[in-house]
Design a protein around this ligand. Structure first.
Ligand SMILES: Cc1cc2nc3c(=O)[nH]c(=O)nc-3n(C[C@H](O)[C@H](O)[C@H](O)COP(=O)(O)O)c2cc1C
Length: 195
């Protein structure tokens, strides 16, 4: 069993991406993993001032300290990414930027979505380089969901042909992430990361 964090970062009152985040959490749990949703809005970090590592040990705000512990303990990450004006959503980027070394040496998967048919592809692409810079191994399998309202209902259940396509794509996505999760777990156990 692996420990996986699913991270999502829209702060909008009428946010839609929570459907995809909830879908991924439920499906990964169905495979037997220990999965936690990290909802940036619920965590409520302020706009970046000091990164976690810039605090003296034991003095970071509680929400940041708690999240740092969860990130360090996780075996893998899934980033659920919406797109605002061809870019990333600020809430998730803000949460992510508070940490650096805490993310290292684990795989990350990207699942993007949007209201239209392009499925957040540009934010998906932007996150790929950001997560690589932050020391994660970004897996090549991805999910691109759009239009999200026609793919998942408000209970995060797949609907229609688009929902079936998502279920099919999820299998490869989850298998790819599981392979890299095992590979990096094994390597971390065999040889501690060099820095
Ligand atoms: C400020 C803003 C900018 C947006 N820009 C894009 C965009 O560039 N491309 C796109 O496909 N959809 C765009 N959309 C539509 C979003 O895909 C859609 O609103 C989606 O539900 C946003 O995710 P959320 O509901 O989880 O916040 C934008 C929406 C907002 C609010």
């Amino acid at each position: 069993m692996s420990s996986i964090l699913v991270l999502y970062g829209s702060y909008r009152s009428d946010r839609m991406g929570i459907r995809l985040a909830d879908y991924i959490v439920a499906r990964l749990r169905g495979r037997g993993d220990a999965v936690e949703l990290i909802d940036a809005q619920a965590v409520g970090l302020p706009m970046l001032d000091r990164m976690y590592k810039e605090y003296q040990p034991g003095t970071a705000p509680d929400a940041m300290e708690s999240l740092a512990g969860k990130i360090k303990a996780a075996d893998a990450f899934v980033f659920v990414t919406g797109e605002y004006n061809w870019g990333v959503q600020p809430g998730l980027k803000n949460l992510t930027d508070h940490f650096l070394e805490e993310w290292f040496w684990r795989p990350a998967a990207i699942a993007s979505y949007s209201a239209g048919r392009l499925s957040g592809a540009r934010s998906n692409s932007a996150w790929h380089s950001t997560l690589s810079e932050m020391g994660m191994v970004v897996i090549s399998s991805t999910l691109t969901v759009g239009p999200i309202a026609q793919t998942l209902d408000d209970n995060a259940q797949p609907t229609g042909e688009a929902g079936k396509a998502l279920d099919r794509a999820f299998l490869r996505f989850a298998e790819d992430l599981a392979w890299w999760t095992e590979a990096t777990k094994t390597q971390r156990a065999k040889q501690p990361p060099p820095y």
